[in-house]
Design a protein around this ligand. Structure first.
Ligand SMILES: *Cc1c(COP(=O)(O)O)cnc(C)c1O
Length: 387
């Protein structure tokens, strides 16, 4: 079967796929149709926290499948309740709304911010401030939140009420907050799609102070950097700040769709009956997978993430063909001298999968990638970058 031809004929052409059909894998190795093996430094874009076909994760998911796969949100289920408790206990946030994706997690956060501000400050206070180069999703509202104009063309009108401030520029944020009634500030602690840029600590702390002073909600989009990837459970934990709302998805269930919007003290009662909902959100199989994932993201695993990160940075920073290494933990960006597309293609030819992000080569390996495989992959990357 020519899967590539079938896909090109019948699947909407929204993805510029690599010329590879994945058929199987184990951990950080994936295998294509021809039997060629690749070391995967992309993890399905930060989703496969423990690589593919991980035994522990599979067992958690299969065990729940054997009980029941879905009930609707009209009934209580144990996986949903237990996962919410785990997330709250580990973040200090108070309540969780479950959905199916990062965009949906952000949609919920935006609804929470609008309702909170409407009730407290009046219905004109609906602006959400985000940052330039940010990425918050593909729905019409999260696209409006996304601070990248090229995604906005031809889809107008987007949801109104979004402002975009310059990254790490507190004066620009202050000016916008002075000029518009702002309900919430929504940021990625490390911008992923927008070029792997970690926000400055002083900027994030400044945002927190500004938010406290003006009763603006501080909301962190942890869809990509969350769930252990930063070297802490959530990225904001590296900065010593306390957001009011945290959204996550991608790595939370390590491969099945699950979004979570975590709500702090200020907004724990903002959503009431009928304010929001989702048919699949909090699905018991996804929640069972996430319970297993989250319980493995312990201090030992996080120390391993930091160790792997330091290893990659140490091997590539300042090397021939490398202008800079950016990011945090296992969300790293290599700014290459050569065009990023060439580097990514040649790595693929040599059996290493890496991704792009706004001209950079983006690395998002599994949190537990074996050190020997990581070393092999970095050997290839180092050689290709230096060409
Ligand atoms: C991927 C991503 C999203 C969107 O998530 P989907 O699951 O694709 O809807 C939102 N925010 C950030 C930071 C992301 O990386």
């Amino acid at each position: 079967m020519d899967v590539k031809a079938l896909d090109q004929q019948y699947v909407a052409g929204t993805y510029n796929r690599f010329p590879v059909e994945i058929v199987s894998g184990k951990g950080s190795i994936v295998v294509d149709r021809s039997g060629k093996e690749y070391i995967d430094l992309g993890s399905g874009i930060a989703v496969n926290a423990f690589g593919v076909a991980d035994e522990t994760w599979q067992q958690a998911v299969i065990a729940q499948m054997g009980k029941f796969q879905h009930t609707s949100n009209l009934y209580y289920t144990e996986p949903c309740a237990v996962l919410a408790k785990m997330l709250c206990e580990r973040t200090g946030l108070k309540k969780v709304f479950f959905s199916n994706s990062g965009a949906e997690a952000n949609e919920c956060a935006i609804k929470v911010a609008r309702k909170y501000a409407a009730e407290k400050k009046g219905k004109d206070c609906y602006y959400i401030l985000t940052l330039e180069h940010s990425f918050h999703g593909r729905t019409l509202t999260t696209l409006a939140a996304t601070g990248q104009d090229e995604f906005h063309q031809l889809f107008q009108p987007l949801t109104p009420g979004f402002l975009h401030a310059k990254v790490n520029d507190l004066d620009d944020v202050r000016a916008k907050v002075a000029a518009y009634p702002v309900a919430a500030i929504l940021v990625e602690i490390v911008q992923g799609e927008g070029g792997v840029i970690a926000l400055d600590e002083s900027f994030v702390k400044g945002l927190e102070t500004l938010c406290r002073e003006q009763d603006i909600l501080l909301m962190c989009d942890e869809v990509q950097i969350g769930n252990g990837r930063s070297g802490q459970l959530y990225g904001y934990m590296n900065y010593g700040v306390k957001p009011d709302v945290v959204t996550t998805a991608k790595g939370l269930c390590a491969g099945l769709p699950l979004g979570a919007t975590m709500l702090g003290e200020k907004v724990e009662h903002t959503l009431g009956f009928g304010d929001h909902g989702s048919t699949f959100g909090g699905n018991p199989i996804c929640c069972a997978g996430a319970i297993s994932t989250l319980s493995r993201i312990d201090e030992e695993l996080l120390a391993g993430v930091r160790e792997r990160s330091a290893y990659i940075v140490g091997r590539l920073q300042g090397k021939k063909g490398v202008k800079a290494v950016t990011g945090m933990g296992l969300l790293l960006g290599i700014d290459p001298v050569r065009p990023d597309g060439d580097v990514i293609r040649e790595c693929l030819e040599q059996g290493v999968l890496v991704l792009s992000a706004h001209g950079k080569v983006r690395l998002l390996p599994a949190l537990n990638i074996p050190l020997d495989l990581l070393a092999q992959a970095v050997d290839v990357l180092e050689e290709v970058l230096a060409k």
